[in-house]
Design a binder for this molecule. Structure first.
Ligand SMILES: [Zn+2]
Length: 261
């Protein structure tokens, strides 16, 4: 294995929004985190794998590291809540509150602890095979993947549809977006048409079979997305995309489901 010198990579998406991801995590768990710096407070939307501490790194990016920061979890899969315990304010949808407090799903980095049927389902969805661990390189020399365990943390607040996350100059409306998982949420900013979508929709292989998924929920949730004035989607994985691409992705999966997978 090569040694990963830079565990986190960043990309500035707008004056206030920075994408952060873990390039040396396997593509399956290489999730997007979004830092939004607001006039009143900052927000981190999803927190990656938690392989190394995230908050100290975020503080090197933030204009004012002393400012309050709210952590929002789009859902509670391992690649989205790895570092929730590092933040004082932790918000999630009520359906996944318990899972965030005491995670029970995938908790380690080892492939052999993932059920065979899940691994097969991921291969079928289009993901490449996973090596011994979910990391393609360690974060530093001598890192022992056996020391990793997903910690989770009890939420300090719950986000229901219609609630808002207010950063001062950015106001996000909470959308319940089940399909990928029962308590998946997105944050929608009406003034800009920006949606942070988590794993509800992204520009890569969507997972619609296996524990927690629901095709009927996906279908209803896609109707909701189509009905909203969405301009830009920042998904839970892969690159951001526009409304035209969103409609293409939705049509693609609707066609698969219509054929009766
Ligand atoms: Zn997920």
């Amino acid at each position: 294995m090569n040694i990963a010198n830079d565990w986190f990579k960043t990309k500035k998406l707008s004056a206030d929004t920075t994408l952060i991801f873990e390039p040396h995590a396997h593509v399956l768990v290489r999730a997007n985190m979004f830092l939004v710096e607001g006039s009143e407070r900052d927000m981190i939307f999803d927190t990656g794998m938690g392989v190394i501490p995230l908050k100290p790194f975020l503080d090197t990016l933030r204009r004012d590291p002393s400012k309050e920061i709210i952590c929002v979890a789009s859902h509670t899969h391992i690649d989205h809540i790895g570092a929730v315990h590092e933040f004082d304010a932790r918000l999630v949808h009520p359906i996944e509150a318990e899972e965030m407090a005491k995670p029970t799903d995938q908790l380690t980095l080892f492939r052999n602890e993932m059920p065979d049927n899940i691994l097969q389902l991921l291969l079928d969805a289009g993901y490449p095979p996973i090596g011994e661990t979910l990391l393609e390189a360690p974060p530093y020399a001598g890192y022992d993947p056996a020391t990793y365990r997903l910690q989770g943390a009890a939420p300090t607040g719950l986000l229901n549809p219609g609630n808002t996350v207010d950063l001062g100059n950015h106001l996000y409306r909470v959308l319940h977006l089940p399909g990928h998982s029962p308590g998946s949420i997105g944050l929608f900013e009406t003034s800009t048409g920006v949606l942070f979508a988590g794993d509800a929709i992204y520009d890569g292989p969507l997972i619609f079979e296996g524990p927690g998924t629901s095709i009927p929920d996906y279908r209803k949730m896609f109707e909701l997305l189509k009905s909203l004035p969405i301009v830009t989607i920042h998904g839970g994985h892969d690159s951001s995309f526009d409304r035209t691409r969103m409609l293409e992705i939705i049509r693609h999966y609707e066609a698969i489901w219509d054929r009766g997978n």
